[in-house]
Design a protein around this ligand. Structure first.
Ligand SMILES: [Zn+2]
Length: 447
């Protein structure tokens, strides 16, 4: 059966002037509504002297004060559990979720209505249809179905577009692999780390996923790695399938960007439902196409908790829609989410971004697990060490690899010297869901 390439053909190909007119209309209405309903926004708008009727062009967006995670947290602490961010009575909610606890921070708690969930699913539909999921697909969720919002919306989106959904909840990795093969699964949803783990486990079980499974699409979310070329390449080879990146946030409830089936090396922004600004994180001035900046998101979809000019600290680079051949008029984040501004480490005067280091390490298929270890030598000098494990059968490559990797890392970091340390196999933590490969062991200054 012939399908449209787009989930929403009209909005996905809207000429940009019309798209911007739509955004302007939604922005003004959304600000009026947030001001009328949400104490958090009333307080912030008043303090900034901003009134929704000042929104006359999209540039007026910049009159609106930023919203930060810190303010959100403060509000939660003052008025548990949800702060003063709710636009409506908590009794109208049908679902509760919270951010994942991987960073050790206090989680953000969210509520959503039925209408919010319709929208959450709709956003996922844009993304997964755009990557090629169709009613004929048999989709598998390698997902825990817990309080973390994760793939919940994607699950409903697959049902909505008519695919057969297999919720692979609390099971062992082995059981999941068996189901994927036995049920003829064509599409798998997973984090990049777990997609690699599934493949490694399948090899231990003597199964070649690329040949023995029917999987032709792996849809990734939850970590930035889905757009790192070497990781993507490794996953596509391992699964014999195309891998599509998506990214969302608990603060939004769904995804705001997705990779289309043309795979332009980045992710389209769902611009009829979000305004994504890219700003210089120091000056707060907008940066142009092709420049790195911090993404600031305004989302028009979640009624329960209006999100306006939220500072994400995500590092992105916007490029025009025409970079992709799919015909969408929605701009693209080249390389997806490239990391976080607050992940940056300063080592002897050089900026080091863990994701950039990972991208280099992943160019070496002989490396299995790794860790970026930052420490202080003799209480004086900061050192960065890459601890790594070599895959069984690739040991002979070590001397050459050590030499080349040291050189590659230095040349990407203004000559900074990285120490490389080979570990015995199995010493480093092997991650199944979300990876945490950076350890900063430097002493924290005492004041
Ligand atoms: Zn495209």
């Amino acid at each position: 059966m012939a399908y449209s390439e787009y989930w929403n053909p009209k909005n996905e190909t809207l000429p940009r002037e019309e798209l911007q007119a739509l955004q302007l209309l939604k922005l003004r209405r959304f600000c009026e509504w947030a001001y009328a309903t949400t104490p958090f926004h009333q307080r912030k708008f008043d303090a900034a002297g901003f009134k929704p009727e000042q929104i006359k062009t999209l540039d007026d967006l910049r009159r609106i004060p930023f919203m930060t995670r810190e303010e959100w947290m403060e509000s939660l602490m003052e008025k548990p559990l949800f702060g003063d961010l709710l636009a409506t009575d908590a009794r109208n909610a049908i679902r509760y979720h919270l951010t994942s606890g991987t960073t050790g921070r206090t989680p953000i708690r969210v509520l959503d209505s039925m209408k919010d969930w319709d929208w959450i699913n709709e956003m996922w539909c844009y993304g997964i249809w755009g990557f090629g999921v169709r009613p004929e697909d048999i989709v598998y969720f390698a997902f825990g179905y817990g309080s973390f919002i994760g793939f919940w919306g994607a699950h409903y989106a697959c049902e909505k577009l008519g695919a057969l959904v297999i919720p692979g909840g609390a099971q062992t990795t082995e059981a999941r692999i068996k189901q994927i093969i036995e049920l003829g699964v064509t599409t798998v949803f997973s984090t990049p780390t777990y997609a690699l783990h599934l493949w490694q486990k399948s090899r231990e079980m003597g199964i070649d996923l690329a040949r023995e499974s029917k999987v032709n699409k792996v849809i990734l979310s939850g970590e930035p790695a889905g757009s790192i070329p070497a990781v993507k390449h490794q996953l596509e080879e391992a699964w014999g399938a195309r891998c599509g990146d998506t990214a969302g946030m608990t603060e939004i409830g769904t995804i705001m960007i997705f990779e289309c089936s043309h795979q332009p090396g980045g992710t389209h922004i769902i611009e009829d439902h979000f305004i994504e600004e890219v700003l210089n994180p120091n000056s707060d001035e907008p940066v142009g196409y092709g420049e790195l900046g911090e993404r600031i998101v305004t989302s028009f979809g979640r009624g329960f908790i209006p999100l306006i000019r939220y500072r994400t600290k995500d590092m992105v680079m916007k490029v025009p829609a025409s970079t992709c051949t799919c015909g969408r008029t929605w701009d693209i984040y080249s390389g997806g989410i490239r990391g976080r501004w607050d992940d940056m480490k300063l080592i002897r005067g050089t900026n080091v971004y863990p994701r950039a280091v990972e991208a280099i390490i992943r160019e070496y298929p002989a490396i299995d697990e790794f860790q970026i270890y930052i420490w202080r030598k003799e209480e004086l000098q900061d050192e960065i060490t890459i601890k790594l494990e070599i895959k069984t059968g690739h040991e002979a490559e070590w001397p050459d690899l050590e030499h080349k990797l040291t050189k590659d890392l230095a040349s990407a970091h203004e000559g900074l010297r990285f120490n490389i340390e080979r570990m015995d196999y199995g010493v480093l933590p092997h991650f199944e869901l979300k990876a945490k490969r950076l350890v900063d062991a430097r002493p924290v200054a005492n004041y």
